[in-house]
Design a protein around this ligand. Structure first.
Ligand SMILES: Cc1cc2nc3c(=O)[nH]c(=O)nc-3n(C[C@H](O)[C@H](O)[C@H](O)COP(=O)(O)O)c2cc1C
Length: 361
């Protein structure tokens, strides 16, 4: 499968790095509508809206993810629109209905990213129970099972520990047979559940070996379940004319980091992978500097020239990555530049490469 490109919809304020460096971006709906149209033209395949209810890592203002992608559906043509949703805050049957509606509005372009939650206050602050780490993943597995069951278009019944469903066929059905289910998480529980119920496993930024380890494990678990899962990785892209310029931009971002906010975020994410029984998972090994991009996006290493970034993406592809989820410093210019300079370099093999494969054939 050709590699796919996604971008983080900037639907929360403050940009994608927790730094005082100026960032040409905006969280407003009008800006996001413009950006989504640009992304559509620039060759991106997916847009991911994040789910945030309270400020963290800055992010003081937030647009809700599902309603944001519903609106973006009306202003784009091709992009698939992924909305992050928290089991425990959404009921899966209500989301099945909302998702079907957006799938109709978008003519088959709706997808979800099931996020199990790391930010305790977002649950307790709304009066919802905060489940222990692996229980959250048990609930997410049931949530995905119910979504799929209801989207199948058949009568569906389910008795789990978190959800009980006795439903006639929901009408209408989605346009797609079943909208795609993405799954974010890194811990052992996240891997097990993604292997059993997700179409896509989303990873935080990481080194090639850190990514390969997860891809191999989740692929093996999926095989045991008779399934296949595809893999997406987060990357913060700094694409400049020279390596030096790109590295200097990274240094400036880190030098101007808002350390107090980064430190507070580090405390909050202890509810994630570290609180799992094995004590591993997302952010468990992140340094304070890594957390300046709150999904470890520097670690993936898409920082350099168009050529070196394209080469790095080919390496990612060679270890089994199917999708690169991009974040940018200056969305207003960097996203379109990425579409012009990098995506074609990755998609169309260079003439030299084509000659090589012709000789090989
Ligand atoms: C690409 C990606 C996107 C995510 N988006 C969100 C989000 O929008 N909202 C949220 O609360 N958590 C989000 N998460 C966090 C995960 O759902 C999960 O809480 C986190 O990965 C910790 O997982 P772990 O405890 O299994 O290691 C995202 C994770 C990844 C990898």
């Amino acid at each position: 499968m050709e590699i796919r490109f996604a971008y983080w919809v900037p639907n929360v304020s403050g940009g994608l790095v927790v730094s005082k460096i100026p960032q040409r971006t905006d969280w407003s709906y009008d800006y996001n509508a413009w950006l989504a149209r640009e992304a559509d033209k620039a060759g991106f395949d997916y847009a991911l809206a994040q789910a945030r209810y309270f400020a963290s890592y800055g992010a003081e203002y937030q647009l809700e993810a599902v309603s944001t992608v519903a609106a973006l559906a009306t202003t784009t043509q091709r992009l698939k629109l992924i909305a992050a949703v928290h089991p425990g805050l959404w009921h899966p049957a209500v989301l099945a209905k909302v998702g079907t509606t957006i799938d109709l509005i978008s003519r088959g372009r709706f997808a979800v990213n099931i996020v199990s939650g790391w930010f305790k206050q977002e649950f307790t602050g709304f009066g919802e129970p905060w489940l222990e780490h692996d229980e959250r993943y048990r609930r997410s597995e049931e949530f995905a099972t119910v979504l799929r069951g209801l989207w199948s278009g058949e009568a569906f019944s389910f008795r789990g520990d978190f959800y009980r469903i006795e439903a006639p066929p929901l009408k209408p059905k989605p346009v797609q047979s079943v909208p795609e289910i993405f799954f974010g998480g890194n811990s052992k529980a996240a891997r097990r559940v993604a292997a059993r119920v997700a179409d896509w496993y989303f990873m935080n930024g990481n080194t090639l070996s850190g990514l390969k380890e997860q891809i191999d494990e989740v692929s093996a678990l999926a095989r045991q379940a008779g399934r296949t899962v595809r893999f997406g990785v987060n990357a913060f892209v700094i694409c400049r004319r020279t390596e030096e310029e790109a590295q200097a931009e990274l240094r400036r971002i880190v030098e101007l980091a808002e350390w107090e906010a980064v430190g507070a975020f580090r405390e909050q994410v202890k509810q994630a992978g570290k609180s799992s029984p094995e004590g591993k998972g997302m952010w468990a090994n992140s340094t304070l500097e890594d957390l300046v991009q709150y999904n470890d996006g520097f670690k993936t290493g898409l920082i350099g020239t168009p050529e070196s970034i394209a080469e790095k993406i080919r390496e990612l592809k060679s270890i089994g990555v199917d999708l690169v989820l991009c974040g940018f410093l200056h969305y207003s210019s960097d996203l379109v530049a990425f579409g012009r300079e990098v995506i074609p370099r990755v998609r169309q093999d260079s003439p030299a490469r084509q000659a090589e494969s012709a000789v090989g054939a």
